[in-house]
Design a protein around this ligand. Sequence first.
Ligand SMILES: [Zn+2]
Length: 165
Amino acid sequence: MIRIPASRVAAGALPQVCAKHGHAAIETKAVKIISKPPVWAAPLIIVGALPYLIVVMALRKTVKAPAWPWCEECASERKTRFSVGFGLLALGLLLFVGAFALNNDTSGLLFAVGLLALLIGLIFALRGGVLPITGAFTSKDGQFVEVPKGSEHFAMVLSRMAARV
Ligand SMILES: [Zn+2]
């Protein structure tokens, strides 16, 4: 787990190293890093999606990172997730069209498989966003940005930078 003070992230004072993969950054991304929803809020979903969202939004801590390091592997992960996601979305739509066009016994099955493809495609496409790829979260108190599966190399360069400041 890598912990970076939120002020450093907000100032863009980060190593030019990808925090997740440890490769040299090829560019930087502006990204809003948010905290995870608290575990105790989950039962609120039973009460309704709205109360849950209100609680989660009220407690959410956001750190605006103007220059988060982004490496080649981040870019290719994003490309893969988008290709798989949009591929499945297209397949799902195709199966829907097929189901309506055939309009026979297999239509129900085609429709069900199409729906599944759409759902999985949507999840992949959403996981292709900049924030999911960074793997970074803001801590509950908003003081730190945490990368649970962060790279050792990033942590080392970061601590050297911190020592110089
Ligand atoms: Zn990366």
